[in-house]
Structure formats: C-alpha cells, structure tokens
Ligand binder design. Structure first.
Ligand SMILES: *[C@@H]1O[C@H](CO)[C@@H](O)[C@H](O)[C@H]1NC(C)=O
Ligand SMILES: *[C@@H]1O[C@H](CO)[C@@H](O)[C@H](O)[C@H]1NC(C)=O
Length: 337
C-alpha cells in the first residue's frame, strides 16, 4: 500500500506513518555492550514528576564514556547533548542538563534520570556507549502524559499565525501539541472540525465521525493541510498540557467576568486558564455541570460523566460557550489555586 500518497488521511495509514512506530528500522544488528531493547523502548511521565530512561550495559569495555543526547531532527546540525559520563564523573550539558543525573543503581547501569519533567521534554533520547572503536547506541522515547485541547482566538476562527498560536498555548498553560500527541488524543476521542497548528509548523485536525462538512466522507483519521507558512497563514491551535501543581475549583454565582475574577480573588485564587481546566478534567475526572468564566474571557465546563441535562453530548469533554459578553452576569467562576 502506498501510504505516502494518502499519508495522514486514514487510520490504517496513520499507524504506519506514526513516528512512534518507526524507530530503529535499519539493520537490527546485535549489540555487544548495550542491552537492546533497553528494557523499555518508551517511558511516560507527567509534568513535575521524575522519569528514568533505561540504558544497561551487558559488558564493559576497558575505557568508555556514556553520552546521552536528545534527538531533535527539526534542529538540523545541532547535537543536543544532555550529559557525558565515564565511570568516575559526569558532566551536564544544555537546558536539560541541570535536571539530569545518572541512576547508577548498579555497576552496569547508565540509565538517565530526569527530574521535574516539563511539557516539552518529550521526544527521543539516545544512550551512546563511546569507546572509540565500536560505538553503540540505543534509543528510548520519553512521552509526557497529558491532554490536547483545541484553542481558538477570542476574535474568532482561524486568527493565529504559527507564532501567535504558540503564544496562545503558553498563555493557557500549554505548548503547541506534536503530531503524535494529536494522534493519541484522536485515539482517545478528540474529534474537532477546525484546523490547528502543531509544533512542527504543520496544520491538521482530528476526525472520528466523518461528515461532509469536515473534509468529506473519508475514513476517520487526522486530516492534514501539511506544512503552512508560519508568518502568513492563519489557523486555530492544538495545545498540549499535563499535570498542574495546583487545583481547579468552581464558585457558583451569576457573575460578570470581572465579578468572577473578584470571586476567585476572595478565595485566594485566580481565574483558571483553559489548560488548567483541561488538566483537571483529564487527570482528576473533574465534572461540573455549570458554565464558568476562565481567565481568557471564555465560558466553559468540564464533563466526565455525560448526561442529557449537561450539554446532551454523549462523550466526555470540556464544553465551551465561546467568549460571551463580559458584562453579562450569567456564569460562575473556575478558579485555580
Ligand atoms: C525527583 O528527583 C529529584 C532530584 O533528583 C529528587 O530530589 C526527588 O526526590 C525525586 N522525586 C521523586 C518523587 O522520586
Ligand atoms: C455587552 O452587553 C452590554 C450590556 O448588555 C452592551 O452595552 C454592550 O454593547 C455589549 N458588548 C458587546 C461587545 O456586544
């Protein structure tokens, strides 16, 4: 089957084109020094937690170093080294370095520990044994557990350049989602009929229930517009967020936007941003059948146990009333503390 031609358009092809399924395809040569696969080929963690990326020696050469690198194919010509160590010492490099250490649970353990995971730590990491003769490496994928949410400007649909989309996600406590995060969100139920930027500068949207108005009656899948002009083309954004350190709560009332902000302030909190509400919905199964103001001026509510009286949509999700007139006192407040 020629997947390249219909790449990203159908579920069956997506499986083959997903970056998660293509590492290490070239020549499966047996390694002498490193355990391969390295216990787990993929490790997951949430923002704020620690993660251990396994790398175990089978045999020790006389002299060697272990080098951990984050593979960032989009940054051509730069090698993002995290740390280099020999048996006695290690040295940290780059922005990940300060949060990196070697586990050294035993004499053959070269596993990398990353503390205080951040949203953009996800990706592929290479553990390389360097002895000057037969260097060997294994690759481990770190995936951050989280939730993808579509985000639209207060001024309407398709208003963000790539750079504005990136800022919009940051303001909502997120980052632009990667393709594999959107793909995973689609398998978990995300169906969204508006195209949005992803972190690699491409534009996509996920469809579970094909319909004529959303790219036609193709099979369910991720619809692709391919790469777009980051400075001139305008779309919505797909943002990604994970666990938060604080929590979200609801104050009931018939508030205007500014009254809602004051209500949160009296509770020693602030209006929540969209990513925080999604995080609570995703990780704590937060369920509240009342529209409430958020910091960006939108009104939303999280539903984990769908029921007829709460929006009537059969799937769980965060529902949106869009951006109502801020002077209408009709909604409660979602606060974050
Ligand atoms: C995470 O790593 C940090 C630094 O290495 C350590 O101080 C902390 O105890 C670890 N936390 C957990 C939950 O393992
Ligand atoms: C919002 O509502 C107020 C009072 O009903 C009205 O005066 C104002 O023009 C509205 N603003 C917008 C942007 O529609």
């Amino acid at each position: 089957m020629n997947c390249a031609a219909i790449l990203l358009l159908t579920a069956s092809c997506l499986v083959w084109s997903s970056p998660l399924h293509t590492p290490n395809k070239a020549a499966p040569k047996e390694l002498k020094y490193l355990l391969d696969p390295p216990v787990y080929a993929e490790v997951a963690g949430r923002r704020g937690e620690n993660a251990t990326l396994p790398c175990i020696l089978r045999t020790k050469p006389n002299h060697y170093k272990v080098k951990w690198t984050k593979l960032e194919p989009e940054r051509v010509g730069t090698e993002n080294i995290v740390m280099i160590s020999n048996e006695r010492s290690f040295k940290q490099y780059g922005h990940l370095g300060p949060r990196a250490s070697l586990r050294r649970a035993h004499g053959m353990d070269a596993s990398l520990q990353l503390s205080q995971l951040q949203l953009d730590d996800g990706g592929r990491f290479r553990c390389e044994l360097v002895n000057g003769i037969e260097d060997e490496s294994v690759v481990v994928t770190l995936s951050i557990d989280g939730v993808v949410f579509p985000y639209q400007s207060l001024t309407g649909r398709y208003k963000f350049t790539f750079h504005e989309a990136k800022e919009a996600c940051a303001e909502q406590d997120g980052i632009l989602a990667s393709y594999s995060q959107l793909y995973r969100a689609w398998t978990e139920g995300l169906d969204w009929c508006n195209a949005g930027w992803l972190s690699d500068g491409t534009v996509h949207y996920p469809i579970l229930y094909p319909r004529a108005t959303c790219g036609g009656e193709l099979l369910p899948g991720i619809r692709s517009y391919g790469p777009k002009d980051k400075n001139h083309d305008r779309f919505d954004a797909f943002c990604f967020t994970s666990l938060t350190s604080g929590s979200v709560f609801y104050i009931s009332g018939a508030f205007t936007f500014s009254q809602a902000g004051h209500a949160c302030g009296r509770a020693v909190a602030e209006l929540a941003v969209v990513g925080q509400l999604y995080s609570a919905w995703h990780f704590q199964r937060y369920d509240q059948c009342d529209g409430g103001w958020l910091k960006d001026g939108s009104v939303r509510f999280p539903i984990s146990a769908p029921r007829e009286r709460c929006g009537g949509i059969p799937e769980p999700g965060v529902r949106s009333f869009g951006f109502p007139n801020k002077s209408h006192g009709l909604y409660g407040a979602y606060c974050y503390r």
